[in-house]
Design a protein around this ligand. Sequence first.
Ligand code: RP5
Length: 163
Amino acid sequence: MSNQNSPVAIIMGSQSDWATMRHAAQTLEALDVSADVRIVSAHRTPDRLVSFAKGARDAGFKVIIAGAGGAAHLPGMTAAMTPLPVLGVPVESKALSGQDSLLSIVQMPGGVPVGTLAIGKAGAINAGLLAAAILALNDPALAKRLDAFRARQTEDVAERPHD
Ligand code: RP5
């Protein structure tokens, strides 16, 4: 998970986010895209956040996936400090089922974008797919792997439901 020279960084606010964010990591792994996975909390480790976000481009990352729950400032603060594309995953919180996370991430002011995904597992999977799609713009082999993923997904849908 600590992969030097990875094009994707997956950051999350807490160990407790890993159950959700692992789906982003697994999605990328299935597409043979290396990811560097870290805990970076906007509130509990603000210096770590500043250091990571300000250094992310020079570290060689191309896309950042940031997951957080509750008062989820991590994706937005990361986007404020890097020119890299930031994909935000709202983690499902206990108190408000992730509605708080979603609204904390999605309503960025014009000028500082965060590409906000769905709450929870679906959002984490799609963040992985979107990161791969961004990288595939300059990586024909990865584009083929993404096409194959889509084709398999289509083939897996039965014509009719079964009991
Ligand atoms: C956020 O607070 C984290 O992203 C996490 O979703 C939430 C709860 O964190 P823990 O109290 O479980 O560490 O910063």
